[in-house]
Design a protein around this ligand. Structure first.
Ligand SMILES: O=C(N[C@@H](O)C(=O)O)c1ccccc1
Length: 330
């Protein structure tokens, strides 16, 4: 039977000129309190198989930090670059989140560090956690941390740590370790996460959701206790889920992007719009101009506009919601 659904349909804004911005690998993007798009990219640095040794130590330290501006503030409509900063600070950018006060929270997988920068980030970082270039798994070290999420109510922040630690750490607003979960224990117990790659908070439910990348699943936890609450997984995710973002629009939606298949399963690389409580897929989307190569981060504004940044296509796309009847045969 064919069911007509008034779907939450996203289409690329093909007039938006931001796809032509000259970017390096786009690793993170976020919207600031003025609804400007902030892009975190790698300039001329590229993460490839030679970037790290088998102990996750960065190998290109000698070429120094990225000299280009790694942080671009872009007008959401004209895509004019309003501000460009973040020079000579980062070696391998990864995650970017912006808290309700407009402060930037960034991770660098080469430095194995987490940075808090003020919005004008002209001054030196407000907070730096982790030891530069030193991977580790205790309370003072990260191992390729991937993302940060900041609780708008408590000010506590969460770090997805990361490619080589597979844990989530909760910190107090001033960076004191509170608790962690998901760490794969050295006794070989199966790790709960296989690259916690992206975080998003669902304040309404006091939950923190994690893109558990190589498990191609989303897991949500109590943001207070770390207790597992629910999992969202679909065959159409394929082999990897790279990024997620929650938005309160339409009763609560979860956006996600998946990764290139590598087990030969022919699942397309695409964006997903899901009902955040049921996990049901409402719609999927892909760009018109160019195509997704490694969509690496996703964020949505209050009016349902969605941005996707791609680390291999070195591009950011803008998608706008269109009220469109979708029909599904069920
Ligand atoms: O995952 C990888 N990269 C992306 O996540 C990223 O660029 O953040 C990667 C893995 C192995 C070798 C090279 C790159």
């Amino acid at each position: 039977e064919v069911v007509f659904k008034q779907g939450f349909h996203l289409e690329e804004d093909v007039d938006w000129q931001g796809v032509k911005l000259n970017l390096g690998q786009v690793s993170g993007l976020a919207l600031d309190p003025n609804n400007n798009l902030v892009i975190f990219h790698r300039g001329d640095h590229i993460w490839d198989q030679n970037s790290f040794d088998r102990n996750f130590v960065y190998q290109q330290r000698g070429i120094g930090p990225i000299e280009q501006s790694t942080i671009l503030v872009v007008d959401p409509s004209s895509s004019t670059i309003l501000k460009s900063t973040g020079r000579d600070l980062f070696h391998m950018p990864h995650g970017l989140s912006i808290d309700k006060d407009g402060s930037y929270w960034l991770t660098d997988v080469a430095l194995h560090q987490v940075f808090k920068l003020s919005a004008d980030n002209g001054k030196s970082p407000l907070l730096i956690l982790g030891k530069p270039f030193q991977p580790g798994s205790d309370r003072n070290h990260f191992c390729q941390p991937t993302d940060v999420a900041v609780d708008p109510i408590t000010g506590n922040f969460y770090v997805a740590d990361g490619y080589c630690n597979s844990r989530i750490i909760q910190f107090s607003p001033n960076g004191m370790f509170i608790m962690q979960w998901g760490a794969g224990s050295s006794s070989g117990v199966a790790k709960q996460f296989d690259i916690p790659h992206s975080l998003t908070l669902v304040p309404e439910l006091a939950q923190l959701c994690v893109a558990d990348r190589e498990n191609a699943r989303i897991q949500c936890f109590s943001s207070e206790t770390g207790m597992f609450m629910k999992e969202i997984k679909h065959k159409s995710f394929g082999d990897e889920i790279f990024a997620i973002s929650y938005s309160p629009v339409a009763g609560g939606v979860l956006y996600a992007v998946n990764g290139m298949m590598y087990h030969g399963v022919s699942t397309p690389v695409q964006g997903f719009v899901m009902n955040s409580s049921s996990g049901e897929i409402i719609s999927t989307f892909v760009p018109v101009r160019k195509s997704f190569a490694m969509p690496h981060d996703i964020d949505a504004s209050e009016d349902g506009v969605v941005y996707v940044g791609d680390a291999n296509a070195t591009t950011v796309w803008k998608f706008t919601p269109t009220e469109k009847a979708e029909h599904r045969s069920v």
